[in-house]
Design a protein around this ligand. Structure first.
Ligand code: PLP
Ligand code: COI
Length: 339
């Protein structure tokens, strides 16, 4: 195997040894197969290609401080994939199949699991797509469930340092009663316009407001939003937000640290009242936000004036990473050791 500079890895695709695949035909899932191909031959009329019958998940394997191989709350990812499957009329992947495929994909590619202390992790990407041919708009009769892995570094090049975010108003990633609350490919295609607009203006990611009133904070790119004030962790409630497993975990950790937690619609006018704000997700972990600009009005909200993450964000980041890498007690039973 080639040698990798673990601490310099970007968040990107890197070929590994194998991936794991199962197929749904005649109403049942096949046994998982291990493949060394990065390609999937697919019918030109597959529903995933035309009509967006495609959902995915994102979780990580961590090399623990004691050398063990750790998954974080994989059951939550399995449950969310089932919810995405229901949302797009695809067959659900049962927990045991999800776990077998994830575990196999990690252990078969164990040489690609970054060592402890490098800042890198093994990102796991389960993918569920319609592969049966249709031309009328209807659910496919065949599906593929694929799990591949790729070693990754930080999602934002800034790492655990404040990033700059731009509020984008002239495109929406999801509709109020659409698919924002499930993890489906179309949401990400729809988010590209806002993301590129933010990048062109020199910002790391777009903040999306609710698409109906353009008043409440929805999400930040591929991450949830949180704000902290008066010892309270505040995170938006909205029907078009993807329920983040990281966010859910931070709410538990915040309570455990003696903070209050509020999950409620969060108007963007509230931004100046927060002492700290951040983005959270599997890829983003906790990314502190130093500046939010409204691209339409030019209005700017500044946080982290000393250029450093705030104390609550740091505390939550350290607790979460501590549990993931095994330097903190796994008080809430979030970790599954697979090797
Ligand atoms: N929001 C969106 C749109 C995402 O794509 C992700 C990434 O999965 C998240 C939030 C964070 O979710 P999680 O913490 O489960 O990774
Ligand atoms: C994650 O945080 O796992 C994500 O899915 C982000 C991804 C879309 C790059």
């Amino acid at each position: 195997m080639e040698s990798l500079e673990w601490s310099k890895l970007p968040f990107g695709y890197h070929k590994t040894k194998v991936n794991v695949r199962c197929f749904y035909r005649d109403g049942k899932w096949s046994e998982p197969e291990i493949s060394d191909s990065e390609y999937l031959p697919i019918h030109i009329s597959a529903t995933s290609l035309h009509y967006g019958q495609a959902a995915f998940e994102g979780l990580k394997a961590y090399r623990g401080v004691k050398g063990d191989v750790r998954l974080f709350r994989w059951q939550e990812n399995a449950a969310r994939l089932r919810s995405s499957a229901r949302g797009l009329f695809m067959p659900e992947v049962p927990d045991d199949l999800f776990f077998t495929c994830v575990k196999t994909a990690v252990l078969e590619n164990i040489d690609y699991l970054p060592p402890y202390g490098t800042g890198a992790t093994l990102y796991i990407r389960p993918l569920l797509i319609g592969i049966g041919p249709e031309i009328g708009v209807k659910p496919a009769n065949e599906y593929a469930f694929i799990v591949f892995v790729t070693p990754v570094g930080p999602y934002f090049k800034e790492g655990f340092n404040p990033v700059k975010i731009a509020i984008v108003r002239d495109s929406d990633r999801a509709a109020p009663l659409g698919t924002g609350n499930i993890k489906v490919g179309g949401n990400y295609a729809a988010s590209l316009r806002g993301m590129l607009k933010a990048h062109e203006a020199g910002y790391s990611a777009a903040m999306y407001l609710d698409s109906k009133y353009k008043k409440f904070i929805d999400e930040i790119g591929a991450a949830n939003f949180f704000g902290i004030k008066s010892n309270t962790y505040v995170t938006p409630y909205s029907s078009s937000i993807l329920p983040s497993i990281t966010n859910k975990s931070l709410q538990v950790l915040a309570k455990d640290l003696g903070m209050k937690v509020e999950v409620r619609p969060t108007p963007f006018e509230e931004l100046p009242t927060f002492e700290e704000v951040g983005a959270c997700g599997t890829a983003a972990i906790i990314t502190p936000i130093g500046e939010i600009v409204d691209l339409d009005t030019g209005e700017k909200f500044i946080f982290c004036p000393d250029g450093k993450p705030g104390k609550y964000s740091k505390m939550l980041y350290e607790k979460l990473m501590g549990i993931q890498f095994g330097t903190e007690e796994d008080k809430f039973n979030w970790i599954t050791v697979i090797g």
